[in-house]
Design a protein around this ligand. Structure first.
Ligand SMILES: Cc1ncc(COP(=O)(O)O)c(C=O)c1O
Length: 440
């Protein structure tokens, strides 16, 4: 596909060590974005592409939102930075309160700011250990996670990652054990949360018995695994995890870095499902992807337990130079206003029905072995061709890009998570393109 390099030299192209990208392939055929608006990205050759992934699961309100740009500009002019260690500024408190009251489920009303999802995960893991230590049970340190889980790239997150390629090159990690994932063949082509597999949560009893609850700090799961291939929780599964954690006095962490901020038709997966964890991690849609920011929402009990020791010493020895950055807070507040004023979470819930109809048009097409959806998320599994080189998933993604649609390929799984402003005409365009490519 023709794509201009925007006059970049090969030296410039070589200089950026790109994240999660096959660098050598990219640099022989760079795919450059140069502009973005609404549902679309513009490529260097001038072509407008439907952004069916909302960037990287983050641009929930669509690209180029003037309200956010104005808020960021104003904040830069008023106060570009404020030291968060021992000082505060009003917008951080205002934002924390809005997250506690408008986004988190009831009871998760203490909010810690980070700069990314990875930092949110590591913060949550540290909170869990600090909580047990504060309660005099400092030996509760282990974490239980899940196969195929993605929890970011910092060492805590890698330790609880269930994706082998993300762990194998990085040496010793902290101690964790793993539940099976919930991708079952009998649930293929399910619409929304699948029917079969709630009993997979019972495996947690076996793992708890093995390590003993007195050694376990927390169970961490994505309520819906995203990067691992859009793996949905069977009906009743999260309820069971919650009950087993309660029974054994183990904290439950929901990593909602992609499910928070509307994608499932509610503020977060916890609200969508009615299952309340003890800690939620979030990022991405918090600022519409405009400024890096994450937020960890914890039960008051977790916060209260940590508020001990001499009053002149920080109770939680953790934080970032940019925690609660004023510009990020301004972007987040403007983003929350858009979500609220445009009722985007409710809109996502309604559009999800049209999305479901659209994506399941692919059931039965050549090479398609599964189609899954929940809210405004979708995944299509393709039969591997078994040859070296680009996977069938990568081949189909490249063809879709030629037809003006960007999707995310992980092996032979194609994933989509469009902005919540998506219209039914875009949904038609996306699945018309899929049909044409798969039939060809
Ligand atoms: C569930 C989950 N946790 C954590 C992260 C890491 O977030 P970030 O890339 O902002 O560090 C991601 C990113 O995709 C994610 O999907």
């Amino acid at each position: 596909m023709a794509n201009e390099t925007h006059s970049l030299t090969q030296e410039q192209l070589n200089s950026w060590w790109m994240p999660f990208t096959p660098n050598r392939v990219f640099k022989t055929n760079p795919k450059l974005y140069v502009a973005a608006e609404g549902m679309h990205m513009t490529m260097a050759d001038g072509r407008k592409i439907i952004d069916a992934t909302a960037g990287l699961w983050c641009v929930n309100a669509g690209h180029g939102r003037k309200e956010i740009a104005d808020a960021v500009h104003q904040q830069l002019m008023d106060m570009d930075y404020a030291n968060p260690f021992g000082f505060g500024h009003p917008k951080a408190f205002e934002l924390a309160h809005r997250l506690a009251t408008e986004i988190a489920p009831e009871g998760l009303n203490r909010v810690f700011f980070t700069n990314s999802g990875s930092e949110a995960v590591d913060t949550a893991l540290k909170m869990a250990r600090a909580y047990w230590r504060a309660r005099g049970q400092g030996e509760k340190t282990k974490f239980i996670a899940r196969h195929k889980a993605y929890h970011g790239v910092n060492f805590g997150g890698v330790s609880v990652a269930g994706l082998t390629p993300n762990r194998k090159n990085f040496g010793p990690v902290i101690e964790a054990d793993f539940l099976n994932h919930t991708l079952l063949p009998e649930n293929a082509f399910s619409k929304g949360q699948p029917e079969h597999g709630a009993e997979l949560a019972d495996e947690l009893e076996r793992i708890v018995a093995l390590h003993d609850a007195s050694n376990i700090a927390a169970v961490i799961v994505e309520p819906m695994s995203g990067a691992g291939g859009v793996i949905l929780p069977p009906k009743g599964y999260l309820e069971k995890l919650r009950a087993i954690c309660d029974k054994h006095d183990i904290l439950l962490i929901f990593d909602e870095v992609i499910t928070c901020y509307g994608r499932l038709g509610a503020s977060c997966a916890s609200v969508a499902t009615g299952i309340t964890p003890d800690i939620i991690t979030s990022a991405k849609g918090l600022t519409n992807g405009v400024i890096p920011m994450g937020a960890v929402m914890a039960k008051q009990e977790v916060y209260d337990a940590c508020m001990q020791g001499p009053e002149n010493i920080p109770e939680f020895m953790h934080g970032y130079t940019y925690s609660g950055h004023p510009v990020a807070c301004a972007a987040a507040l403007a983003t929350l206003d858009i979500y609220k004023n445009e009722k985007l979470f409710e809109r996502a819930g309604t559009t999800a029905e049209i999305w479901q109809e659209g994506i399941h048009r692919l059931d039965g097409l050549p090479y398609v072995t599964d189609v899954r959806n929940w809210g405004l998320v979708g995944a299509i599994d393709l039969e591997p061709h078994g040859e070296p080189g680009p996977t069938r998933g990568q081949q189909v993604a490249a063809k879709l890009l030629e037809k003006g649609i960007t999707v995310r390929a992980a092996g032979d799984t194609l994933m989509m998570s469009p902005p919540l402003i998506i219209e039914s005409s875009h949904i038609d365009q996306i699945f018309d393109a899929f049909e044409a490519v798969l039939k060809s």
